[in-house]
Design a protein around this ligand. Structure first.
Ligand code: PLP
Length: 396
């Protein structure tokens, strides 16, 4: 008899957003027609920008003409898309060659698939709390997981502690769910650790476009990262591609372990397991990095930043502690009165119809915290913030 992958029995039985969805559906069934205010799931609400739409419409028309029709595309991406990504990195002083950039259908796919490159016995070090896919993909692959505690004491930015033995290190900056961002010194500590130990950092840069000021957007802004890091990025949050699906992964040519070149291995993997990504999407993706595209996506990001400010101002007035929100689309608040995070979820759903995300769903260290997303509609966010201020401020 065929044996199934028993690692699936080690997964937590209920996925965070599934459990939230069930609670919201039950509330809706009991209160039909009542308006809900969603500050929960991290999906975007602004449409794709005009530069992207124009590029994709033109690409669709090209697919209808024999002279411009494009069949299969290179598995690692069309050169013009990879050039556009390289140009984006060059703006920050990071030089990448085109064969170090791989197109993808989004960060989620890559975060799971990339594990193919590593021995399943290598242990994964994952911050707690973290984006749930890190743990789940590692568990499905049979990998042991060690947690790096992210708490108010370390500003939710764990550093390599003495005695840490980690082979594969997940870092996400700006962070989902805490909104925390590593500075150069913090990332340098991880890069030095990984190079010393021969570990590899999987750097999730899905929220890099939200970084402001002099903080790093990419791990490759840190000296030494080319010999120890892989960067996984996505246009989902940068440019509203959550439903359109496009991303990219950077693997430097210098990344070698036990004589095996991880860049060459990933090319081998992609040419086996994919047949490229839609040429239409890659045309849209390249347009994101054009002058017009970069200006237009900043307008959308500006709307989300304003939403975050609205939420933070309401929490300030309510006297509630929070983190994030400055360089990330997430505000990470402490649950008031020592409440646990699912109790706060139920309270907010039932009393003010505001849906957030309980911190516990992102890991044990997330208990006692609550994530608010700034990706919603500005007017709904304003009303939700007002309702939260009234409900939670009056409880102190
Ligand atoms: N990484 C993080 C930290 C995320 O929060 C998300 C989505 O919310 C992803 C990756 C997945 O992004 P994509 O839409 O590209 O699969």
């Amino acid at each position: 008899m065929l044996k199934p992958n028993r690692n699936y029995t080690r997964l937590k039985d209920s996925y965070l957003f599934y459990r939230i969805g069930r609670k919201v559906s039950a509330y809706r069934a009991a209160h039909p027609g009542e308006k809900m205010y969603r500050l929960g799931i991290g999906d975007v609400s602004r449409p794709l920008c005009p530069a992207v739409i124009d590029a994709m419409q033109e690409a669709v028309r090209d697919q209808g003409r024999a002279e411009t029709f494009q069949g299969y595309t290179p598995e690692n991406g069309l050169p013009f898309f990879r050039e556009a990504v390289a140009g984006y990195y060059a703006r920050r002083g990071v030089t990448l060659s085109l064969d170090e950039i791989f197109v993808s259908s989004g960060a989620s796919d890559e975060l799971g698939d990339i594990l193919d490159l590593f021995d399943p016995r290598s242990e994964a070090a994952i911050p707690d709390p973290a984006y749930p896919a890190y743990v789940d993909a590692s568990v499905m692959a049979g990998r042991r997981v060690r947690f790096l505690q992210a708490t108010p004491e370390n500003d939710f930015l764990p550093l390599p502690e003495s005695g840490l033995e980690a082979d594969l290190i997940y870092l996400c900056s700006p962070n989902n769910p805490t909104g925390a961002v590593y500075d150069r010194e913090g990332l340098r500590a991880w890069v030095d650790y990984a190079n010393r130990r021969g570990a590899v950092i999987l750097f999730d840069a899905a929220y890099e476009a939200f970084v402001q000021g002099d903080l790093p957007h990419s791990i490759f802004e840190i000296e030494g990262a080319r010999t120890c890091a892989i960067e996984i990025c996505s246009l989902s949050k940068t440019a509203g591609f959550t439903g359109t699906r496009l991303g990219y992964t950077v693997i430097p040519r210098e990344l070698v372990r036990e004589g095996m070149n991880l860049n060459a291995m990933w090319l081998r993997n992609r040419t086996t397991k994919t047949n490229g990504v839609s040429c239409i999407l890659q045309r849209g993706g390249a347009a994101v990095f054009s002058e017009a595209g970069l200006a237009q996506i900043q307008e959308n990001i500006g709307v989300y930043r304003q939403n975050a400010r609205t939420l933070m101002a309401a929490l300030d007035r309510a006297g509630i502690r929070y983190w994030g929100g400055q360089n990330a689309p997430y505000v990470w608040m402490a649950c008031p009165e020592g409440m646990d995070s699912w109790t706060l979820f139920d309270l907010m759903l039932n009393r003010i119809q505001v849906i957030g995300t309980p911190g516990e769903g992102f890991g044990h260290c997330g208990e006692g915290f609550f994530r608010l997303s700034s990706f919603g509609d500005p007017e709904e966010t304003r009303i939700a913030a007002e309702r939260m201020e009234k409900l939670l401020g009056s409880r102190e």
